[in-house]
Design a protein around this ligand. Structure first.
Ligand SMILES: *Cc1c(COP(=O)(O)O)cnc(C)c1O
Length: 377
């Protein structure tokens, strides 16, 4: 059998054509016609007040940290079971990540444990929709409102997902998306900041344009542009936006193909779950996930190691993540645990992600068969 990589980027076939158009437009820097098209698509699809393309989700999170007004000693509540950028963006402002444990079913932040971690220094709650599965947004929104905290969604993995019929990325005052090559819709590196509050839009445009009011100048709102705030260069070249447009315009097709792969895994492991060999992802009642990742929770760390090794012998590449942030060297230095991290610690040792990419269709039955075999023994 041929090798089955963990991920293979999907190209729609129009990327180069649009890049050529961007070239012909002679608008190679940021905020050209393709950027505007992509941003309008995001605003329409998610229902955000404003979408701003960034060079990465990491960059969008850094912008969100500035917008949240994070300064030295301010605390930000977030899960420990996430990618480093969720925390790093706030630490760069002098903020202190306060890590809260995750729910055993979705591996999303446990909303019932947040209140106990809030202190007088808490400024914001950052939620991560792990694997594109929605956090409990009703409870989180009312908690954030009641305690006067900014709610930010790290929706890096969640473009195309919804909660109670409403797109993820539309709930927080700010939300961030990734178009990294490992996500559902890609531009190699890339991201977006979504703003759902009018008050944040003007400042976000300034932060993204090196702290200048250049965006207002181009709209004719001011007669010259100047340095007005802190900021950096967060915007991507229009060449990258051209690539991204080729993906966004067929987002539904890509979503449907991924969903079919996800469903096939899910059915394929129903029996293994009944037999107690592995646990499958749980889809909460209000969640409509985007089939970002398919994962299994194995009984223990040793079982996971054996499972991954057995698949590797068949040239199938299954991987795991995340090494929890709260106990990592930088997490210990810059953040702290806001309560027990028992579920995070247990789940991070037992979770394994299976290959899920468009084109896997012809090999998926083989992958499922080898996985079942590896689970059985
Ligand atoms: C992928 C990811 C990021 C980082 O995205 P980049 O676009 O690579 O910066 C941040 N947070 C989460 C939860 C992610 O999955």
């Amino acid at each position: 059998m041929t090798q089955v990589p963990f991920n293979k980027p999907f190209l729609t076939g129009r990327e180069l054509e649009y890049i050529r158009q961007a070239h012909e437009n002679m608008h190679l820097s940021g905020d050209g016609p393709f950027t505007k098209r992509c941003q309008a698509w995001l605003e329409r699809t998610i229902g955000s007040r404003k979408a701003l393309l960034t060079h990465s989700c990491t960059g969008a999170l850094e912008m969100a940290a500035i917008l949240a007004g994070i300064g030295p000693g301010d605390e930000i509540i977030m899960p420990s079971f996430t990618f480093v950028s969720t925390a790093n963006a706030f630490v760069l402002r002098g903020g202190v990540p306060v890590f809260v444990d995750v729910r055993e079913d979705t591996l999303n932040i446990d909303e019932s444990k947040i209140e106990a971690a809030i202190t007088a220094r808490t400024r914001a709650i950052v939620v991560v929709h792990y694997a594109g599965m929605a956090c409990e947004m009703d409870a989180l929104r009312s908690l954030a409102r009641r305690r006067g905290l900014m709610l930010i969604e790290d929706a890096a993995q969640a473009l195309g997902s919804a909660y109670a019929g409403r797109p993820l990325g539309s709930f927080g005052e700010a939300a961030t998306i990734s178009f990294h090559e490992t996500k559902n819709l890609i531009s190699g590196e890339g991201g977006a900041l979504l703003l759902n509050s009018d008050q944040l839009v003007e400042r976000a445009e300034i932060i993204r344009e090196k702290g200048t009011n250049r965006s207002q100048f181009f709209r004719g709102d001011v007669d010259r542009y100047t340095w007005v705030d802190i900021g950096s260069s967060f915007l991507p070249s229009d060449i990258l936006a051209a690539f991204l447009w080729a993906q966004l315009e067929v987002a539904e097709t890509i979503g449907a193909a991924r969903k079919a792969l996800w469903e096939r895994y899910h059915e394929g492991f129903a029996e293994a779950e009944r037999a107690g060999l592995a646990r499958r992802p749980v889809v909460p009642r209000e969640a409509s996930p985007n089939a970002h990742t398919y994962f299994l929770i194995l009984p223990d760390a040793a079982g996971r190691r054996r499972f991954i090794e057995r698949l590797r012998r068949d040239d199938i590449y299954a991987v795991f993540h995340y090494v929890p942030l709260h106990s990592s060297p930088a997490g210990l230095k810059y953040g702290r645990a806001g309560g027990s991290m028992a579920v995070t610690e247990a789940m991070s040792e037992r979770l394994v992600r299976l290959p899920l990419w468009i084109g896997l269709e012809t090999q998926q039955d083989y992958v499922i068969e080898r996985c079942r075999n590896a689970l059985g023994g």
